[in-house]
Design a protein around this ligand. Structure first.
Ligand code: TXA
Ligand code: MG
Length: 344
């Protein structure tokens, strides 16, 4: 299969921008498209055979549910019941935007393989002109996970999608680099209080300002019976082992030296200010004063590490304030929980 990549101008809203993509989707195939978080791999959420192609293209475990993307908030009521007033308040505050809400599902509306093993459905309205333009032209919901091969970092550029899925999907809409850079916050509205299953761009603080206190699912506790099935899978991992390290220039420089003594080549991912020149590669992902910028560039840097001969990747940690929680959630997964341990 040839994979066609077509660029669209995010600022030029033309109905026929999406003709080809709509055509492919209506015929039951998949299309990769940009959202404000990461690129998604979409299929008609009502078409089981089309949804199956998502799992095949990604190599995704078939028991991990997909998020349903909608073009207008009203559509929630086609697929979900018992939508509480608190959810309406969150939709008013944050949609379109990087917040997925999990509701009780109305049976028989969404294809069953979108929500394997659960009686709920995760829904979000993305805040990206291309995603919204596509959904409006299609007038149907799109089931869409991140458009990476399962286990790889989510794609934040069309080229990342092409690198992972070339020849496996027919069509990629290129809308440039995505903004948030980390996947949406997933909030389970079926529990009281609601539970954050995955931290993201809409932070706990932002949610609590609108609806009061929420629970945060502890992934350690959930390992055996995960609430967000995605929690149990290795995720976001670059090829070389990744180790988290304090964001301190002297400590990173010492780690680089120790690793060099073991004849290891070292790539470092960290803030612009820390640029440790002795590292074999230093990927600066933004100012440490600007966590949003660092989140935007994290996955791209992890993919750049895969293009080096690094034996080890060191990644500087962030504090947990604001989007720091989501950033560290992804980094800890990429590191499989490991930190650099100095020899001294
Ligand atoms: O930002 C995003 O959310 C991106 C873009 C493309 O929208 N999508 C994305 O999808 O990250 P995916 O499939 O890579 O991650 C979806 C996560 C998984 O951890 C999955 O287990 C969880 O959401 N999830 C989806 N539906 C759920 C449900 N009904 N109950 C619990 N967790 C659910
Ligand atoms: Mg994903």
């Amino acid at each position: 299969m040839e994979t066609i990549v077509v660029s669209v101008d995010n600022f030029l809203d033309k109905e026929n921008n999406y003709e080809q993509a709509v055509d492919i989707l209506e015929k039951g195939d998949v299309v990769a498209f940009p959202t404000e978080t990461v690129y998604g791999l979409g299929a008609l959420a009502t078409d089981e055979a089309a949804v199956d192609k998502i799992f095949k293209a990604k190599g995704r475990p078939s028991d991990n549910p997909l998020i349903v993307h909608i073009g207008t908030p009203d559509e929630v009521n086609y697929y979900a019941v018992n939508v509480p007033a608190t959810a309406q308040a969150l939709m008013d505050a944050f949609w379109p935007g990087p917040l997925t809400l999990v509701f009780e599902r109305i049976p028989g509306t969404i294809a069953q393989n979108v929500t394997p093993g659960v009686s709920t459905v995760g829904i979000r309205m993305p805040n990206h002109p291309v995603a919204l333009g596509l959904l409006r032209a299609l007038k149907k919901p799109l089931a869409a996970p991140s458009a990476n091969r399962s286990g790889k970092p989510s794609p934040t550029e069309a080229m990342h999608v092409k690198n992972d899925l070339d020849g496996r999907i027919p069509f990629i809409i290129d809308g440039g680099q995505t903004g948030v850079g980390l996947e949406s916050t997933v909030l389970d509205m079926t529990t009281e209080p609601p539970t954050i299953l995955r931290p993201g761009g809409i932070t706990t603080e932002m949610i609590e300002r609108v609806i009061g206190s929420v629970e945060v699912a502890s992934e350690g506790v959930l390992e055996e019976a995960p609430r967000a099935p995605g929690m149990k899978y290795t995720h976001y991992a670059p090829d070389a082992p990744l180790l988290i390290i304090e964001a301190n220039r002297a400590k990173i420089a010492q780690a680089v030296e120790e690793l060099h003594q073991q004849n290891k080549q070292v790539a470092v991912v960290g803030p612009t200010e820390l640029n440790v020149e002795t590292a074999n590669w230093y990927f600066a992902i933004g100012s440490s004063e600007n966590k949003e910028e660092m989140a935007t560039n994290l996955y791209k840097a992890l993919r750049q590490c895969d293009r080096t001969n690094a034996d080890v990747i060191l990644a500087a940690e962030l504090d947990l304030e604001g989007v720091g929680t989501a950033f560290m959630n992804r980094l800890v997964k990429a590191a499989d929980g490991k930190r650099y341990k100095s020899l001294s």
